[in-house]
Design a binder for this molecule. Structure first.
Ligand SMILES: C[S@@+](CC[C@H](N)C(=O)[O-])C[C@H]1O[C@@H](n2cnc3c(N)ncnc32)[C@H](O)[C@@H]1O
Length: 316
């Protein structure tokens, strides 16, 4: 038996309150050098999530509840969950089966990346100040939106909530991911306006979209080799994208123009691969928004910015 299993046995007898369980979990996670980055950024919040989940409570219970007693069988459930988090390095949202994005819950499991894109902040701000859309025609909201590489569907579904008259398509190459996206469409009650389709990049796209939004795989080979263990629970197909992380993004840039309306907008996350992209495509006037709640490496391009670029590509 490992040390931590012995410590958990003692804890089952000696801890009494929720506060005890949270404090114990924080100490063990600190000792184990757990990585935080899938929904929380510190051991206290992580422990609070795990302990409240195991006790069938919401995470935001009043603090005076922390002093309440936990029965022995409840303690065993909490300890088992915390041990799984530590021993197997499973990110908390997979253990809980839910992740939060733009203030809404999304079903997640190991078939999809855990939602965390800073594009969420742009959705909350209705893509201002970049989305100009059809203002001239008196209709400022996008009518057709494409979420390319959708995973759980979080980006497209959040767009559908923000723009309640828009039709939204969610595309992903992974059939397993699309099963999760479909479940999220149903749970969010959006099946009349949001559709999930299997597609290698734009293969199943049809017509033109006012907004194309994407958080594709973009981790380069060097970063893939140094990812904390937690990331290895996420699908490799959702992360790796060749030597410089830009395999898919280059194809997107070459093909996006034909799927964008003339006033359309392309928004793509490339994370740490942004300097490589800016260097590889010096003729493109990328704009790189800054994010109050963290995150970086999301570019914005207007459809017209892509005219010359797509034309050059078609001539090659
Ligand atoms: C980084 S995850 C993003 C998921 C989701 N958009 C989010 O932000 O949480 C990338 C997704 O791209 C999908 N993908 C990988 N290659 C693809 C391709 N060639 N065409 C379409 N989707 C692809 C993966 O299956 C994965 O679901």
């Amino acid at each position: 038996m490992t040390d931590i299993r012995q410590m958990a046995e003692e804890a089952a007898d000696e801890l009494h309150t929720m506060a005890d369980m949270i404090r114990w979990s924080v100490s063990r996670m600190n000792e184990a050098g757990i990585y935080f980055g899938h929904g929380t950024d510190n051991p206290w919040d992580e422990a609070l999530l795990l302990v409240t989940h195991a006790l069938s409570l919401p995470w935001n219970i009043p603090e005076n509840w922390y002093a309440t007693a936990v029965t022995r069988s409840e303690r065993l459930s909490v300890l088992e969950l915390v041990l799984t988090r530590i021993e197997q390095r499973v990110p908390a949202p997979y253990l809980l089966g839910v992740a939060w994005f733009c203030g809404q819950p999304y079903v997640v499991d190991e078939r999809v990346l855990i939602p965390r894109s800073p594009i969420g902040q742009m959705i909350e701000q209705r893509f201002a100040p970049w989305w100009h859309g059809k203002m001239a025609a008196g209709n400022p909201a996008p009518e057709r939106i494409l979420d390319l590489c959708t995973g759980s569907g979080c980006i497209g579904i959040a767009c559908a909530h923000t723009f309640p008259d828009a039709q939204v398509e969610l595309l992903d190459i992974s059939f397993e991911a699309l099963e999760v996206a479909d479940e999220n469409i149903q749970r969010h009650g959006l099946s009349e306006r949001v559709m999930a389709l299997q597609s290698d990049l734009f293969a199943a796209a049809s017509g033109q979209y006012d907004l194309i939004v994407s958080n594709p795989p973009y981790v380069d080979a060097e970063d893939m080799n140094s990812l904390p263990q937690e990331y290895h629970h996420e699908p490799e197909l959702a992360l790796a994208a060749g030597e410089d992380g830009l395999d898919l993004v280059h194809i997107m840039l070459q093909q996006a123009r034909q799927y964008l309306t003339d006033d359309g907008l392309l928004v793509v996350e490339v994370g740490n691969s942004w300097p490589a992209l800016a260097q590889a495509c010096p003729s493109l006037p990328f704009e790189w928004p800054e994010f109050e709640r963290g995150g970086h490496g999301v570019f914005v391009l207007q459809a017209r910015d892509l005219d010359a670029f797509s034309h050059q590509y078609q001539q090659k």
